[in-house]
Design a protein around this ligand. Structure first.
Ligand code: FES
Length: 87
């Protein structure tokens, strides 16, 4: 599990091993639009302010991944214990 800190809505959300960031956000009342659920369409992009995402999408190239400034929450998770998201 890892934690999400939502900078705009001032919430903290725990993401369990059996759920996606997208589903954890929806459960916390912060729904993010999504479409493909496979990391290919880009609809669910969220800005990352702090922390290191574990990128599992097929959209970002290596340089974009290394910036750690956005993630696709339908598939991507976290390497760090906590991510601060622009939500
Ligand atoms: Fe398509 Fe996440 S819903 S990339």
């Amino acid at each position: 599990p890892f934690e999400l800190e939502l900078a705009v809505s001032k919430k903290t959300v725990t993401v369990g091993t059996d759920e996606t960031v997208l589903s954890a956000l929806a459960c916390a009342g912060v729904p993010v639009l999504a479409s493909c659920m496979e990391g290919v369409c880009g609809t669910c992009e969220v800005g990352v302010l702090k922390g290191t995402p574990e990128h599992r999408d097929s959209l970002l190239n290596d340089g974009e991944r290394a910036k750690n400034d956005r993630m696709f929450v339908c598939v991507s998770r976290a390497i760090s214990d906590r991510l601060v998201l622009d939500l």
